[in-house]
Write a protein that binds this ligand. Structure first.
Ligand code: BGC
Length: 418
């Protein structure tokens, strides 16, 4: 049995939870809300084929078969209840909140600037400041204004200027309250889900286009980072890179080669192209992948509600690899699990904390950990049934309730923060 690490977390370590606007705010109008309304019925009909094999199907079937599950609608009303939700962060002894600013609310039409929406986000950021909570703000978390999507979104390089102009003005107006900024959330997840697997809007199935979107997101990150760095040294910028630790399951030549190639495609294709403009590396970690031959074959001993193989301890290896390869500070910008009955979350977080300590012992420059998610929320094409929240939300009355694992996590953070 390896001994438990004893290393302390750095004094200024960021302990946080995350959300994104579309998944929690409610009342939005963007390319996703349009798509949801057109597709909710079909998604509900397909649910038994999509999720019927999950071990918890009997528990989720009711929600998963309702079209309303697939419409973000009021989401969890975070737009109105943000002060209450920030108070929850405090209760959990967290000192960091990752959230996103919704571009489509601020620029609902091309050339229109909605000052009252900027004021809304000023309110959110001011409240965070008042409560001593560090904001980590995402600029693009999968949603686009309808007008921008209609002109092709990130499919066209020439469209980047609209995003850059938006960021320029946004930071003119809110910059005094911004510090850590995530330009693009999971660029290749967006490119793959929307343009390769055709599961997210605009549901394209086109390899070349997927690659073009990915390359353009890389480009727009670099352009945005350059803009921000030029505007002020106070900005610390990164993408949120969904990292997977890919490892060989045996020592066959083919296994080792293909694991290496998969790892490159998974992490390095994007990171190599953005790392120079990143002040830190934002890492979203949910999985590792074990490879035999040219196939992934995970142990699947313990599955989350979404059927994802849970290997929280492998975070250590992901962090060590990224540290050795890129030599930048690392912020875990997302990590968590769908776990409606809260039976695995405490175990997951415990394993994760140990993995982070082991990484710290190996000199990884880890600056923080942000759990996904603060609240139960809208999980994109799967809707509301997957429950990622530290805090459970009853959408009938929007009541929040801390899950037992969250109460435990809060006590642990208080101890670890000293
Ligand atoms: C995304 C989140 C999502 C989470 C869980 C990440 O890919 O950034 O928006 O809810 O994973 O699936």
């Amino acid at each position: 049995m390896p001994t438990r690490p004893t290393i302390a977390f750095p004094k200024n370590f960021l302990w946080g939870a995350a959300t994104s606007a579309h998944q929690v705010e409610g009342g939005l109008n963007n390319q996703w809300t349009v798509w949801e309304l057109e597709n909710a019925k079909a998604l509900a009909t397909q649910a038994p084929y999509q999720f019927g094999d999950l071990p918890n199907w009997s528990e989720i079937r009711h929600e998963a078969r309702m079209p309303e599950n697939y419409v973000s609608g009021k989401a969890v009303d975070h737009y109105r209840l943000y002060q209450h939700d920030i108070a929850l962060l405090k209760k959990l002894h967290l000192n960091t909140y990752r959230c996103s600013i919704e571009w489509s609310s601020i620029q609902p039409e091309e050339g229109v600037w909605n000052a009252s929406e900027v004021e809304h986000y000023r309110g959110v950021l001011t409240e965070l400041k008042k409560q001593g909570i560090v904001p980590v703000v995402t600029l693009f978390h999968f949603t686009l204004p309808v007008w921008f999507a209609k002109m092709g979104g990130f499919e066209k390089r020439s469209n980047n200027r609209h995003f850059l102009e938006y960021v320029d003005r946004l930071t003119d107006e809110l910059g005094d309250l911004l510090g850590m900024i995530i330009t693009i959330n999971e660029p290749e997840v967006y490119a793959a889900m929307s343009y390769l697997e055709a599961r997210w809007p605009p549901q394209q199935h086109n390899r070349l286009l997927a690659l073009r979107v990915l390359n353009n997101l890389i480009r727009v990150h670099n352009q945005t980072a350059a803009l921000l760095h030029k505007k002020s040294p106070q900005y610390e910028v990164s993408v949120a890179k969904n990292s997977v630790w890919v490892h060989p399951g045996d020592d066959a030549w083919l296994t080792i080669r293909s694991a290496g190639f998969m790892q490159y495609l998974q992490d390095d294709y994007v990171l190599k192209r953005v790392v120079k403009t990143c002040d830190f590396i934002g890492v979203n970690y949910y999985f590792s992948d074990r490879v035999y031959g040219y196939r992934k074959h995970n142990p699947n001993q313990r599955l989350s509600d979404l059927g994802w193989d849970m290997q929280p301890g492998d975070l250590e290896h992901a962090l060590v690899r990224l540290h050795e390869k890129y030599k930048k500070p690392i912020l875990i910008t997302e990590n968590g699990l769908a776990d409606a009955d809260d039976s695995d979350r405490k175990w997951w977080i415990m394993q994760t904390i140990v993995a982070m300590q082991r990484a710290l012992e190996k000199d990884v420059h880890l600056i923080g950990y942000i759990h996904w998610s603060l609240l139960d929320n809208f999980e994109w094409d799967k809707g509301f049934w997957p429950k990622f929240g530290l805090v459970e939300v009853d959408r009938r009355n929007m009541k929040r309730a801390m899950r037992p694992s969250a109460i435990w996590f809060g006590k642990v953070i208080r101890r670890l923060r000293g």
